[in-house]
Design a protein around this ligand. Structure first.
Ligand SMILES: [Zn+2]
Length: 335
């Protein structure tokens, strides 16, 4: 199959034409306040600060652009302009060797995320870790990722004239997740989830992990206290993306359904890497049962799939097209 044609067909099927994606950029008003040119405050944590010059400082063993502020609790905040912050984010959130349009989509997303996180009521806006976005300061910068930031300078993902709530992850496993299904709350039109046939090259696209039945029983002692032998486990209810809502535990004597999210939390995200679970196999004798879970993707699955963006960029899609694919109905503004 001609992959470029396939991409065009997929975008068209979603009502996102290349022309539309290109034509709407920069024309929508944007509610960003303050705008993207303003400073952002990045919580670095605790460490030794050494002054270097007016534009940079050393924190621990790394060098950062901007100025260091010490909060009352002794933690350090890097105060710098948003674009300089992004120089230290994009290389940690996406490999710099990836297609330039994918890096540009990542830069726009990182800018949008940080802008939406600004909160004057708090002593900082974002944390320099993956709980918000990884940020490595000046030492993390590379020319390829800096170019992606510069080429998209000031641009944001918007929906209905306001800054969009964006999210991204490494690999969706074949279908991105609806924000409402992942996190609850009201449905967000541009975060409803899309089929993504583009991330199959990710090492996370297919995974398999094995745990013992004892691990599961220990995680849910009350539910399994008088369960008896286990015969099989099956995916029960699923959401629109195919992610498991429940897991069905079947024995000869009893059966029980548990929320899939609770099982993932209990066994850990490194074991149940996503809720896009294809099969659960029960192996061995009752005295020594193991459970092998097969699934796709990693993490919540909401928003842009980075491995998918890599493929789309390699196939010739622009950053705007990549973002229009994963966030249908949004457009790109200039703040
Ligand atoms: Zn994907």
């Amino acid at each position: 199959m001609n992959r470029a044609l396939f991409l065009a067909g997929t975008l068209s099927a979603l009502g996102v034409s290349r022309g539309r994606a290109a034509a709407t950029g920069g024309r929508e008003p944007c509610n960003a306040s303050p705008g993207p040119a303003a400073a952002i405050r990045v919580l670095l944590g605790r460490g030794l600060v050494t002054a270097l010059d007016a534009q940079s400082f050393r924190f621990g063993t790394r060098t950062y652009r901007g100025s260091a502020q010490t909060l009352a609790d002794g933690t350090t905040v890097d105060v710098l302009d948003l674009e300089s912050y992004l120089y230290g984010v994009v290389p940690l959130e996406m490999p710099r060797s990836w297609p330039s349009e994918a890096l540009m989509a990542q830069a726009i997303l990182a800018r949008t995320f940080a802008t939406a996180k600004r909160d004057a009521a708090r002593p900082y806006d974002v944390v320099a870790s993956q709980s918000d976005q990884a940020y490595g300061g000046r030492d993390a910068e590379f020319p390829e990722t800096t170019a992606a930031v510069d080429r998209t300078r000031g641009t944001l993902v918007a929906y209905g004239g306001a800054i969009a709530t964006v999210s991204y992850m490494s690999c969706c496993g074949g279908h991105t997740e609806s924000a409402a299904d992942a996190w609850g709350g009201r449905a967000v039109p541009y975060l409803a989830g899309v089929a993504c046939p583009y991330c199959m090259q990710s090492p996370e696209f297919r995974w398999e992990r094995t745990v013992t039945w004892r691990d599961v029983v220990n995680a849910f002692p009350e539910d399994f206290s008088d369960f008896g032998p286990l015969a099989q486990i099956a995916v029960g209810e699923t959401d629109a993306s195919g992610r498991a809502r429940t897991l069905h535990f079947q024995g000869p004597e009893r059966s029980i359904d548990l929320p899939a999210k609770a099982v993932r939390n209990a066994l850990g995200p490194s074991v149940v890497r996503s809720l896009l679970i294809h099969s659960v196999r029960v192996n061995g004798s009752q005295a020594d049962l193991t459970i092998t879970i097969e699934g796709s993707g990693r993490g919540h699955g909401v928003g842009l799939c980075q491995w998918g963006a890599k493929t789309l960029g390699s196939n010739g899609a622009t950053a705007r097209e990549i973002l229009a694919f994963y966030f249908p109905g949004t457009n790109i503004t200039n703040g």
